[in-house]
Ligand binder design. Structure first.
Ligand SMILES: NC(=O)c1ccc[n+]([C@@H]2O[C@H](COP(=O)([O-])OP(=O)(O)OC[C@H]3O[C@@H](n4cnc5c(N)ncnc54)[C@H](OP(=O)(O)O)[C@@H]3O)[C@@H](O)[C@H]2O)c1
Length: 329
């Protein structure tokens, strides 16, 4: 796939070492100058450092994929840090970009911004229509602050700032911690272990009937670069756009696909004593499709690519499997 063309010469990818940021860097073509800064060089919670960085480096556009992320336990234990760090980073970057005359800003949130009991599929209009899921409320509030600030800069000053809200992601660079990872990497890791050890069965949590949606992170990167160039001159962009496939499957169906990919031939059992979570979680992608973008990586192909990356990352000793780096989406 050739990289989509981008009307910006120099793009700052914030969070370039993360799962999303690294996918965006891989996807940007050679004609784009990709600007990155390690956290040691630029702490995004430091407003002065952020403004100085923009003044010195003058990118034309920013893709903001930096965030302090954590699992349910971390979100529950440290809501202050999740709200303060994420809101501070977002405000520093958005305000700093505007003050330094940066033309385009694309902020990343997640579908945790939508209400806990959001009608399915989740439409962009559902924002702020009901209480948030309590387990990641602080994170969601910080993300809402970021997307609203982009909206206000656009409304008040005409800035070309807006946001993308990705669904559950998977792909290279994911977190495989046994207790703190998302469902897809957790299942991939467990089925891999079971296939290697010759186990007869794997038991998955819950009834397996909950329905979820998954997008390969390389598709997300492609969508973000597409959205950066959207809309064509003279048309107004949407303030935020869901980025997903709009397709879901049951957890049991996902487990079967993963078992096939990793070569597990044993039995898959369910454990109805464990919670299923929300019965359905799926994004409405009408707005995204109206921009002319659709996902291209089918789930089975994406899982094969992800498993290859998992094996490579394991061999090279760089598999992410520590607890504190997991998006709470
Ligand atoms: N992963 C998913 O399933 C998913 C789903 C929906 C939405 N999203 C959204 O996508 C975005 C990126 O998620 P991700 O999964 O790529 O997360 P990630 O892999 O943990 O990456 C986050 C990045 O942010 C950087 N960062 C954190 N605090 C920083 C600070 N104070 N200064 C500078 N950099 C800082 C981290 O730097 P270090 O490398 O130094 O730690 C890391 O590179 C988030 O907004 C998340 O909500 C993710």
């Amino acid at each position: 796939m050739s990289p989509p063309s981008v009307p910006y010469r120099k793009i700052f990818v914030a969070g370039h070492r993360g799962m999303v940021g690294s996918a965006v860097c891989r996807r940007l073509g050679a004609e784009t100058e990709v600007l990155t800064a390690d956290r040691e060089r630029l702490d995004l919670t430091d407003a002065r450092a952020v403004e100085q960085f923009f003044a010195e480096n003058r990118p034309d556009a920013v893709i903001f994929a930096a965030a302090k992320v954590g699992g349910i336990a971390a979100n529950a234990a440290y809501p202050v840090q999740f709200l303060v760090d994420n809101a501070t980073m977002a405000i520093n970057a958005i305000r700093g970009a505007y003050e330094q005359g940066i033309e385009r800003f694309l902020f990343l949130g997640s579908t945790c911004i939508y209400p806990r009991d959001c009608p399915q599929p989740m439409r962009e209009e559902a924002l702020l229509s009901g209480p948030l899921e309590s387990t990641n409320e602080a994170y969601a509030i910080a993300k809402i602050a970021g997307l609203k600030l982009c909206q206000y800069y656009r409304k008040q000053y005409g800035a070309k700032f807006n946001s993308a809200m990705p669904t559950n992601l998977y792909g290279p660079g994911d977190n495989y911690h046994p207790e703190h990872s998302h469902v897809l990497p957790a299942l991939l890791s467990r089925f891999h272990d079971a296939a290697r050890s010759g186990a007869n069965s794997v038991t998955i949590w819950g009834t397996g009937t909950a329905r979820r949606e998954f997008l390969h992170v390389d598709d997300l990167a492609d969508a973000l670069i597409h959205l950066l160039a959207w809309p064509p001159a003279g048309r107004e962009p949407a303030d935020w756009v869901n980025v997903g496939t709009g397709e879901d499957l049951t957890i049991l169906e996902l487990a079967r696909l993963i078992a096939d990919v990793v070569g597990f031939r044993g039995e898959i059992l369910t454990d109805p004593g464990r919670p299923d979570g929300t019965p359905v979680k799926r994004t409405d992608v009408t707005r995204l499709h109206q921009t002319g973008w659709r996902h291209r990586i089918a789930l089975h192909d994406g899982l094969q690519k992800t498993y290859a990356a998992f094996l490579r990352e394991t061999d090279e000793g760089r598999l992410r499997n520590h607890p504190d780096r997991l998006a709470s989406s």
